[in-house]
Design a protein around this ligand. Structure first.
Ligand code: ADP
Ligand code: MG
Length: 337
């Protein structure tokens, strides 16, 4: 069993008179990667601050490696040395890029040649090879964000907490960072947690997606996630997700891909729909579940598909378990990654 690193029990965080975080039970395990998604103000940064042992809960218990963080005698200093937080708007120190990335390592008494090795290595991973001697005040926002990431990664901490790490990056650079995070997650005992407002990114990089809504854990919408081989299909492109079942897509290319269809983009009907939508599947309703104020319907066609509809449509269509329906979505609703 993987070690439980953080455990939250009935945690509340209050600023002034408002609860900005209210979490009953949540655990973070070594060797796993997490994404926290939610709109602005939903409490993502507060959760990261809590896990980094900076933010104090106003109620409840936070355990780190089975020890109560609030108890007298808890060794805050050693615990904090095992984690690194990159803030949403990271602050760099004056001086060169090299000095910034080396800073934490120096403070920890790392030998000079090891510092040099790590600085070079992590700058290269973030496409910043030639930046070592650049003064940080000359950097663009995106470059500064990547320097801050290199500085954090260079510490090789067991726990990495990243607050919207790709917010200032263009698509290519964001992909570089995402790929780097994917590599990190395959490295044994590490825990990586990324706050993001991009649900696609969350699914690309994390084993587990936690959704926050006004400080509370909201049910993460079940996603229609599939993988398969992308190839030409009937004059367009398709991904064979199980033998003989092809999902039509817009993206071109070849080879293994993953794809996701937002359940809100899956339409349900009692008759086959004649439309430009390219994907249509037929089968019985297997499950009806409430997700917040909407309903999630799982259709058991050749593949299981989730659709989110309103309670009204559920009633109008007279849906119940076992009823046969058509689930339809456009190729443009299929996101490849
Ligand atoms: P997110 O990162 O998801 O945008 P935050 O955790 O930053 O959300 O904020 C959650 C809520 O807490 C917001 O309503 C915000 O205004 C409030 N908040 C965050 N930090 C503070 C603070 N230091 N003092 C007072 N209110 C705060
Ligand atoms: Mg934030």
């Amino acid at each position: 069993m993987a070690e439980v690193l953080h455990r939250l029990e009935n945690i509340r965080v209050r600023y002034r008179n408002e609860h900005v975080l209210d979490v009953k039970n949540l655990e973070f395990l070594a060797g796993r990667s997490y994404a926290v998604v939610g709109p602005n103000g939903s409490g993502k940064s507060t959760l990261l601050g809590l896990l980094n042992l900076l933010v104090k809960p106003s109620r409840g218990k936070l355990l780190y490696r089975s020890r109560d963080v609030g108890a007298p005698g808890f060794d805050l200093k050693s615990a904090r040395r095992e984690m690194t937080l990159v803030m949403q708007e990271p602050v760099l120190f004056r001086g060169t890029v090299f000095k910034n990335v080396a800073y934490g390592l120096k403070a920890r008494g790392t030998p000079a040649e090891e510092i040099r090795r790590r600085v070079t290595h992590y700058l290269a991973l973030l496409d910043l090879e030639s930046f070592e001697n650049r003064p940080v005040h000359e950097l663009s926002g995106g470059e500064a964000q990547r320097v801050a990431l290199a500085r954090a990664l260079a510490l090789e901490s067991r726990i990495l907490l990243l607050d919207e790490p790709t917010a200032n990056l263009d698509r290519d650079k964001a992909r570089t960072v995402e790929n780097l995070l994917l590599e990190l997650r395959n490295h044994g005992e590490r825990m990586v947690l990324v706050a993001t407002h991009d649900p696609w990114q969350a699914h690309r990089i994390a084993d587990e997606v936690i959704t926050l809504s006004e400080g509370k854990i909201a049910p993460t919408k079940p996603e229609n996630l599939f993988s398969g081989i992308l190839s030409e299909h009937r004059g367009g492109w398709g991904v064979e997700v199980i033998p003989g079942v092809v999902i039509q897509v817009l993206g071109q290319g070849q080879g293994e891909v993953r794809l996701v269809i937002d359940p809100e983009d899956v339409l349900l009907a009692l008759e086959p729909i004649r439309s430009s939508a390219r994907n249509s599947f037929h089968g019985p309703v297997r499950r009806i579940e409430r997700i917040g104020s909407a309903m999630c319907i799982t259709v058991g066609a050749e593949i299981d598909l989730h659709a989110i509809i309103t309670e009204n449509s559920l009633k109008e269509m007279g849906l119940h378990e076992g009823k046969e329906v058509w689930a339809t979505f456009k190729s443009s609703s299929v996101h490849l990654f």
